[in-house]
Design a protein around this ligand. Structure first.
Ligand SMILES: NC(=O)c1ccc[n+]([C@@H]2O[C@H](COP(=O)([O-])OP(=O)(O)OC[C@H]3O[C@@H](n4cnc5c(N)ncnc54)[C@H](OP(=O)(O)O)[C@@H]3O)[C@@H](O)[C@H]2O)c1
Length: 352
């Protein structure tokens, strides 16, 4: 896809302007960066800081995760993203508890924590037990946001990755969403949402929801802009969060198209910023929250230094014309061997 909107048009069609109006800037503690926050359209979560720290370390690194989260809290992060799949709930919880003990934060209430329901537990009767396990791992009484990780159900059992193709079973959207709503009603999740959902999947959730999803977390960056999905979510009051905002961790071995972008490199040079900062700033200007993973303190700091400068209309135009490429594909959830029994993978990667 080539995006060829003019920047002024793009700005006037800015999909999440109603969300941006809910933004507020919070005072930073001494020596930390203030991160603006966005009020979510459903649920009772505290406002979400618009840059969060990702904790999907590959390969998994629990001790490094704890140290990195502590370093992140020290430099100003108050938003953390984890999942049952990542194996980082425990070290994240330990780091938050340690930060409170050290007085870096007053209490757990100061941080926004997201976790996710894995596909093996994407069954109506397994949602609540899965969240209770997540809370035990985190040693917390609630998560701020609980997401369905993928619109995919796998046969119940231990978390394995990649999954066997023959383990895919039909997803009971209504039953699972009812169970997610129950998690919010019980106060175990302050807000609920989804991840990797296309507009088609969201239609199905919205058709049965009493509590609409507050957030859809999807792959999003200048190289995978998700314009149609963003417009849809803005219309429905669903906040969009961007994973792999820096182009990801080169999981498919084809390199990092964000970091390799000459367009982004040119803008970064002209602005005296890094490519990472240009990408994060562009995402912020779209009204989208970034979940960026770094376990390096200098890069953690750098990724927050995006709030006191702007991209120009010309930058927007150039970025709108970047050749588009999706990296995280639904099919990658599954091992190469075996037959699909009940999941249409074409449905997972709709180009929107
Ligand atoms: N919902 C989902 O299905 C899903 C899927 C993927 C990811 N996620 C979430 O989103 C988070 C982020 O996505 P991601 O990990 O795929 O990719 P990402 O945040 O786009 O990129 C992470 C990579 O960029 C490097 N990096 C970080 N800051 C940098 C900077 N300023 N300059 C240069 N390199 C930098 C990191 O290395 P260092 O650590 O060495 O700095 C790491 O290799 C994950 O951790 C996870 O929490 C969710």
């Amino acid at each position: 896809m080539h995006a060829n909107q003019s920047p002024s048009k793009a700005r006037s069609q800015e999909p999440n302007t109603h969300v941006t109006s809910g933004r507020r800037t919070v005072m930073a503690s001494k020596g930390t960066t203030a991160v603006p926050e966005v009020a979510l359209g459903s649920g009772n979560a505290r406002p979400m800081p618009v840059v969060g720290m990702g904790t999907a370390a590959i390969p998994p690194a629990p001790e490094a995760t704890k140290d990195a989260v502590l370093a992140a809290i020290e430099v100003g992060y108050r938003h953390f993203d984890t999942a049952a799949l990542y194996g980082t709930e425990k070290p994240l919880g330990e780091a938050v508890a340690e930060a409170a003990r050290r007085g870096l934060i007053q209490s757990r209430e100061e941080v926004f924590v997201t976790s996710k329901l894995w596909c093996t537990q994407c069954h109506p009767d397994l949602v609540l037990p899965a969240l209770r396990q997540t809370l035990r791992n985190l040693q917390m009484e609630y998560v701020d946001l609980y997401l369905i990780h993928w619109p995919v159900a796998l046969k119940p059992g231990p978390i394995t990755f990649p999954a066997k193709r023959e383990d895919a079973v039909p997803l009971d959207v209504e039953g699972v969403w009812r169970a997610m709503e129950e998690c919010q009603r019980l106060g175990l999740a302050k807000a609920i949402g989804v991840s990797n959902f296309t507009t088609k999947h969201l239609d199905k959730v919205l058709a049965v929801a009493t509590i609409p999803p507050a957030v859809n977390q999807v792959e999003l960056n200048p190289v995978w802009q998700q314009r149609t999905l963003r417009t849809y979510c803005a219309e429905k009051g669903i906040h969009v969060a961007a994973y792999s905002p820096l182009g990801g961790q080169n999981l498919d071995g084809t390199g990092n198209a964000v970091m390799a972008s000459e367009v982004l490199a040119g803008i970064a040079k002209a602005r005296g910023k890094t490519i990472a900062q240009v990408s994060l700033r562009w995402i912020y200007e779209q009204g989208v929250t970034s979940i960026a993973k770094s376990y390096n303190v200098e890069r953690l700091k750098q990724n927050l230094e995006i709030f006191d400068w702007e991209l120009t209309d010309e930058d927007w135009l150039k970025i709108s014309q970047i050749q588009q490429k999706k990296v995280v594909k639904g099919i990658d959830l599954f091992s190469r061997e075996g037959e699909f029994t009940s999941v249409d993978t074409a449905d997972l990667d709709v180009v929107e």
